[in-house]
Design a protein around this ligand. Structure first.
Ligand code: SIN
Ligand code: CO
Length: 397
């Protein structure tokens, strides 16, 4: 049996095959999977826009632009968001700066025409064409993007370094708002010439630096909505269309056995009310509902005490006969988990034992006294310090 040859990371394009292969092969082998450098994807490439026009666009009130200057000696980054002014450009240094303009395809028909080269992709997957102009040394630093991008070299040369190491750390530098990577160890480096194109799937660390002279890079970026965005928008969409009379309903309700418990029957009714969420596991559905239902329609919130109590101070007061009163605005519920329970109070979740959760939901005034376990004391302390329970001093002399 022969082992398949590893996929090449570098290929040569041609006028007929800008990807250096058929779109079907590219999609199968590289799209969303592996980076690919295509030498001369566009042989004899002529940039559709000149640096001066790009700078002019950056002056427009509604164009999205950024000027990024790197102070190499101190490794400090200065970022000026557009609209930019003539003065901003007049005060740029000789090197180490870049101008980035997003959505250039919306402003310039020649730039938009480049998108025809990407018609093998669903048109709605394309987000925008961002174009950068940089003086030598200019770039945005090492970073990852959350979407696929084709980086086409327009003018001059750019040095690209990328990392294909799946274990590469992705933490950000805390000091720079550009979300630059704190650590970057390239596995591949290339110098791109006009017409060369680098394809990167999401999440591949990369760093492009203008080399030798003026440099223009054209980034064709994809639109990849986050699942959080999709979920939020779908929920809004569905909510807008649901009539107000359709409600959580429990005509099958049986008398409560355990006060405050969100039980299996309640979860089943919830699934009926939320058919699109029926596939959710019990744990996230319960966690969400417990937070939601204890927060729901809260006109006011318990206020945490001015000074946090320590566990020792709480124990001392309880030993002296203090009781704990449930704050009148504290709404409580609980649910059984794999181990123990979760107590929900006004949108917050606290790990608890079944006994503690049940007792807290059942009794408006507790006198826990001595011999509290560490877990019980920890829970009561958290509830006191969040304002859900209020200490009433012991009446004993
Ligand atoms: C650039 O054109 O300067 C950077 C584009 C990118 O890395 O996404
Ligand atoms: Co990038």
């Amino acid at each position: 049996m022969t082992t398949p040859l590893p996929l090449p990371i570098e290929v040569r394009g041609s006028a007929k095959q800008p990807l250096g292969m058929s779109p079907a092969q590219f999609l199968r082998d590289y799209w969303q999977k592996h980076p690919l450098l295509i030498r001369q994807a566009f042989p004899g490439f002529e940039p559709p826009i000149q640096p001066d026009d790009l700078a002019g666009l950056a002056l427009e009130e509604t164009a999205l632009s950024r000027l990024i200057i790197h102070d190499e000696a101190r490794d400090r980054w200065k970022i000026k968001s557009g609209p930019l002014t003539e003065k901003d450009f007049a005060s740029t240094p000789d090197r180490n700066w870049t101008l980035l303009v997003q959505d250039v395809d919306k402003w310039d028909a020649d730039v938009a025409a480049l998108l025809e080269q990407f018609s093998f992709l669903p048109s709605w997957r394309l987000d925008d064409i961002m174009i950068s102009y940089a003086e030598p040394g200019g770039g945005v630093g090492a970073h990852v993007d959350q979407y696929d991008v084709f980086l086409l070299q327009g003018i001059g040369q750019r040095h690209w370094a990328i990392s294909t190491d799946p274990a590469a750390p992705k933490d950000f530098r805390p000091d720079v708002e550009l979300k630059q990577l704190a650590h970057f160890e390239p596995t591949h480096e290339w110098l791109l010439e006009p017409g060369d194109m680098l394809y990167l799937p999401p999440d591949v660390p990369h760093d492009g630096v203008a080399f030798g002279g003026p440099c223009m890079t054209i980034s064709v970026g994809m639109r990849a909505p986050s699942r959080a965005e999709l979920t939020g928008d779908l929920a809004d969409y569905l909510a807008e269309r649901l009539p107000d009379e359709l409600r959580y309903a429990d005509p099958d309700l049986a008398p409560v056995k355990a006060v405050g418990e969100i039980d299996r029957a309640a979860l089943a009714r919830l699934r009926l009310a939320l058919p699109f969420a029926a596939g959710l596991d019990d744990a996230p559905l319960t966690d969400w509902f417990g937070r939601f239902i204890t927060r729901y329609r809260n006109a006011q919130m318990p206020v945490p005490p001015e000074k946090e109590l320590t566990e020792a101070a709480l124990r001392k007061q309880l030993d002296a006969g203090a009781s704990l009163l449930r704050h009148p605005w504290a709404r409580m519920a609980w649910a059984r988990g794999k181990r123990g329970a979760t107590l929900f109070v006004n949108g917050h979740a606290y790990p608890a034992s079944v006994e503690s959760a049940l007792q807290l939901c059942s009794e408006r005034e507790l006198t826990p006294g001595k011999n509290l376990s560490a877990a019980e004391a920890g829970l009561l302390l958290a509830l006191v310090n969040d304002g859900h329970l209020v200490v009433r001093k012991g009446r004993r002399k």
